[in-house]
Structures are given as C-alpha cells and as structure tokens.
Design a protein around this ligand. Structure first.
Ligand code: C2O
Ligand code: CU
Length: 542
C-alpha cells in the first residue's frame, strides 16, 4: 500500500453558467474539484487550506476510516470547522473499498461547490472481475443554483421556508444545450470504436435521484458505492444523491454522436424541476450532430422504472471481494421512521407561523457547537444525549393518506449507543408525513448490507422472511422508497462517532439525521478508538 499527498486550496472563484456569473467556494479553482486517484488499501493525506471567508469541513464519502473518525469530516459531528486562514490535514484510510467514491464539504450546503471524485483502482496484483476497460471516465451529476449555496440554506432556515429547487443540473460542470444559454458548455465523452469504457458516475446533486441514459447504448452495471455487484445490463440507471455507480460502456454502435441525458426521479408530492440535462458521446473521427428526439429516459414519476432497476443490484461474491460478512442473526433491530414536518416557528426571523423540519422517529436533529466526537472522547457534558428512540413513538399506518399531518416532532441532539461488535439491523420506514417521497439514507464509517425493502408498512413477522442474506449489495447509501421501507445490516466493528442522514441536503438541513456511537471493545486492540491527531480545528468557545 502507498501513501499519497494532496493539497486542497479552497477559495472563491468566478463561474459563469446560465448566462449569469457568480463567485463560489471551490477547491483549486475548479468545479468539480480535483480527482483523487489511488489503489485499494492506500492511505491518503489531504492538507486542506481554507483561503475563503467562512469555516467548513470535508468528508470522504464512503471511506470507512477504520478507527479513524477524527478524519471523517462531518461538521459538529466529528470535528469543528476549519476556520479561514487555517489548514487541517485529513488522513484518509482505505481498506476494502474498490471503485468509485467521492469527497465533499460537509457543512451546511457548501458541498454544492466543494466536491470531487475519489477513485480507487485495484491493488497492484488485483484485476477487475469484468473485462478490463480500455479507459475510464468520471461523470459527476450536479445541481446548479444561480444563488450562493451558503446563502440559500441560511436564508431558508432562518425564515422557516423551503430552499428552492436547482436552477439547472450539470455533468461535471457542463449544463449542456437544453437550458437556453448559448454560452453553456456541453459535456463530451470521446470514445474509440470497439473500445470498452468504465464510466464512474457520482450523484453529487443536492436533492434529486437521477435517471441516466446514453442513446442507443446499453449500460452494464459492475459496482455500486465502491463494491462490486453482479453484472447486469440496462438501458438506463437510477442513482440517488450520495450513491456512486461504475458502469461499462461498449462503443460498438455506428460511428457518430449520441446524446447522454439525465433527469430527476421523484415519487413525492414535492416535485423537483423536471429538467433534462444533456451531454454528448462522440466517436473519434465521427461527423454529424446528435438527434435529441432519440433521448430515452423514464418519466420523472416512473416508480416502477426506478425500483425495477434497484432490485437488480446484487452482491458479487468473488475472491477479489472481502469475505461476505452478512449478519445472519441480529443483536438489535432499530426501527426508524422518516418524516418531513412543519412546526410552529417562534424565531423572529420566520416569515410564516410555521417552519419546516424533518425528523427520524420524531426527533429533528439539532447540530451542536462542539463536535460530538470530542464531547464523547473527552466526556464533555451538555453536548448530546444518548437517548435516540429505537422505535417510533407510535405505530400506525405510516403510509396512509397522511400528507399534511404534523406529529409532535421535537428538536434534540440524541445519539444511539451501540456495543462494539453488535450485529445491528436498521429498518428505515418512509412515511407520508409531510411531502412523503423517497430518501437516500447514508451512514458514515460503514458499508452495510441492504437485505430487504418493500412498499407499505414494514411487517416484523413476515418481511424478515424475505430478506436476502445470500447476495445483498454492500453499500453506504440506501434508497428508501416513498411509502415503503428498507432494511440494512452490519456489525458495529468501527469504534467512534458516525453520522447517519438523508443525502437530500434539504432534508438533512431540516434535521433528518442522527448519530451512532460505537463503544470501544475490550479486545483486540483494533476495537479501541485512538486519540485524535494533533491539529484538530478548535471549536468556537473552547
Ligand atoms: Cu456524502 Cu454525510 O455524506
Ligand atoms: Cu430525505
């Protein structure tokens, strides 16, 4: 295994899109930021220099960071922000991750502009469990707003209103030719006839799952969330914010130019903007222009297209993979309902009588001002409590026609405490409280096995009988379908403090988050949380 060193200089730069210029915080003056490219099992040191005007942190999304929550990144969970004029070096420890991940700011909405790919190639002596691609190409699906990301969420939270939908979406910084501004650039993927390409697709959008397709070409999915899956071929993919997918593209069609396209998927009452965003697949030496009548994508509300696709994803149990480690028995089931809410607003800055919140088991997460990891490690009282409810406050028909119903959601910083090594199952139940809809739930510090999902209310007698304990996908972000549920399992073998949240930024900002604390074990030594490295950013007021 090798060590790698990167410097991230983070400052404001000007960008012009939709015929509008704005300044935004980015890494090394680029959007998306620099790609990290390493091999399986390497260690990466990233020195982050804050040359901007406000504090932020960076998270290495999907990297498990064994025993190293100190470098995980979520603001006020595992560290305090890196202040302007200071720097902090993250130590990113890879273990069995293989394929595509990403990194992003983990403070308010700053991840909208501070983001990039994190590519993990096979180790020196390893090969791919699929035909070796001739080349690979990263494609980052993004949201574009004319307003500043920090300003959008600060205003929304202080007035109690909902943050707006994106003004456009982009392929790695390119908005394409559908938004009407002639100066916008289009993403081009140049391919040679008869060659095989590995597309590394990252959904870095703020709030929307995406359908993605390339005219006349099928896509062969080979990995999700940096773990190989059984190969399958589809005309389109569905990918949620926080998810990454590796797909093979065989350039075997008539030489020419073809559209690639994406559009949002939504099964919620609160619909995103139904934009189609374009890019171009271009065969080397081809002539002509692509024909946009040929774009084929499922409709925005096509739930069967969405869930037929996700049902095809299965783990591939091969030698290159870590041994399957699926808990067959569990020590604890935590049952978590997911809701959006509106509650009376007492703050003087509120525009209306109510403000939006979101919650897990009716607890709307409140970010503290000292990070939870430090408070836990140094036994600082008053930062968080250990009483996150492990069942919903009441059981009822969560998926009935409940739109608009308010429950008694309360705000709090309440953590779940797990014993080292426990086999944990989490059942995530989407509800129709508020706008309803699907939720990509992301857990830090682990990849987990997605063992089951369904529509309607989870039944704790019959549904576990249908669990897939044979080849469940090993992922870090699970899509919980609207009016449905998903079950995940993992062994709590990573001591520390780990964030779990919806990867829709709107929901996470409203409080659809919680924290898992995994206690130390007694033996072996690898079950003990080490002390922090020196140079952790200081918290305000300490
Ligand atoms: Cu990609 Cu907690 O985040
Ligand atoms: Cu959500």
């Amino acid at each position: 295994a090798d060590d790698h060193y990167y410097d991230f200089f983070v400052r404001e730069s000007n960008f012009t899109k939709l015929c509008n210029t704005k300044s935004m915080l980015v890494v090394n003056d680029s959007f998306p930021g620099p790609e990290i490219r390493v091999h399986r099992g390497d260690i990466v040191y990233v020195n982050v220099h804050n040359q901007g005007t406000y504090g932020f942190t960076i998270h290495w999304h999907g990297v498990k960071q064994p025993r190293n929550p100190w470098s995980d990144g979520p603001e006020f969970i595992t560290q305090c922000p890196i202040q302007p004029g200071t720097n902090f070096t993250y130590k990113v420890i890879l273990s069995d991750e293989i394929g595509t991940l990403w990194w992003h700011a983990h403070s308010d909405w700053t991840r909208g502009s501070v983001q990039g790919a994190f590519i993990i190639e096979p180790a020196q002596n390893e090969s791919y469990p699929f035909p070796k691609p001739d080349a690979d190409q990263t494609i980052i699906l993004q949201s574009w707003y004319n307003r500043d990301f920090l300003e959008i969420i600060t205003t929304a939270l202080s007035t109690g209103q909902s943050p707006p939908n994106a003004d456009a979406y982009a392929f790695s910084g390119n908005l394409g030719d559908t938004y009407g501004c002639p100066n916008d650039t289009i993403f081009r993927l140049q391919v040679d006839y008869q060659k095989m390409y590995l597309l590394r697709i990252i959904n870095a959008a703020m709030n929307e799952p995406k359908f993605f397709s390339i005219t006349n070409h099928s896509l062969t999915v080979v990995a999700q969330d940096a773990s190989y899956v059984k190969r399958f071929t589809s005309d389109y993919i569905l990918i949620s914010p926080g998810q990454t997918m590796d797909v093979l593209l065989f350039a075997n069609q008539n030489m020419g130019q073809y559209y690639m396209a994406m559009r949002p998927f939504s099964d919620s009452a609160a619909t995103p903007s139904n934009f189609i965003t374009t890019g171009i697949l271009q065969y080397t030496n081809s002539v002509g222009v692509p024909n946009n009548n040929t774009i084929t994508l499922p409709l925005m509300n096509d739930t069967s297209a969405a869930y037929n696709f996700t049902a095809k994803i299965k783990n591939i149990n091969i030698k290159q993979n870590p041994p399957l480690d699926v808990p067959r028995r569990i020590d604890r089931r935590i049952y978590i309902t997911i809701a959006t809410n509106a509650v009376p607003c007492t703050e003087s800055t509120c525009v209306g009588p109510r403000k939006f919140l979101a919650s897990l088991n009716n607890v709307s997460f409140d970010f503290p001002t000292t990070d939870i990891l430090q408070a836990y490690y140094n036994r600082i009282d008053g930062v968080f409590t250990r009483d996150f409810p492990q069942n919903p406050p009441v059981f009822f028909d969560f998926t009935g026609n409940l739109t608009g119903v308010n429950t008694n959601t309360t705000e709090g910083t309440r953590a779940v405490v797990l014993n080292y090594g426990e086999a944990v199952e989490i059942v995530l139940q989407a509800t129709q409280l508020g706008a309803g809809g699907n939720h990509p739930i992301h857990l830090h510090g682990f990849s987990f096995y997605w063992v089951g999902s369904g529509s309607g209310n989870f039944n704790n007698v019959t549904d576990p009988r249908s669990y897939n304990l044979v080849d469940p996908p090993l992922i870090n972000t699970v899509q919980v379908r609207g009016r449905g549920w998903a079950a995940i399992r993992f062994f709590a073998r990573n001591p520390g403090v780990w964030f779990m949240h919806c990867h829709f930024e709107r929901h996470s900002s409203w409080g659809m988050d919680t924290v898992f604390i995994v206690k130390n074990g007694t033996t072996p030594k690898t079950s003990i949380l080490p002390p922090p490295a020196s140079g952790m950013p200081r918290c305000p007021g300490t």
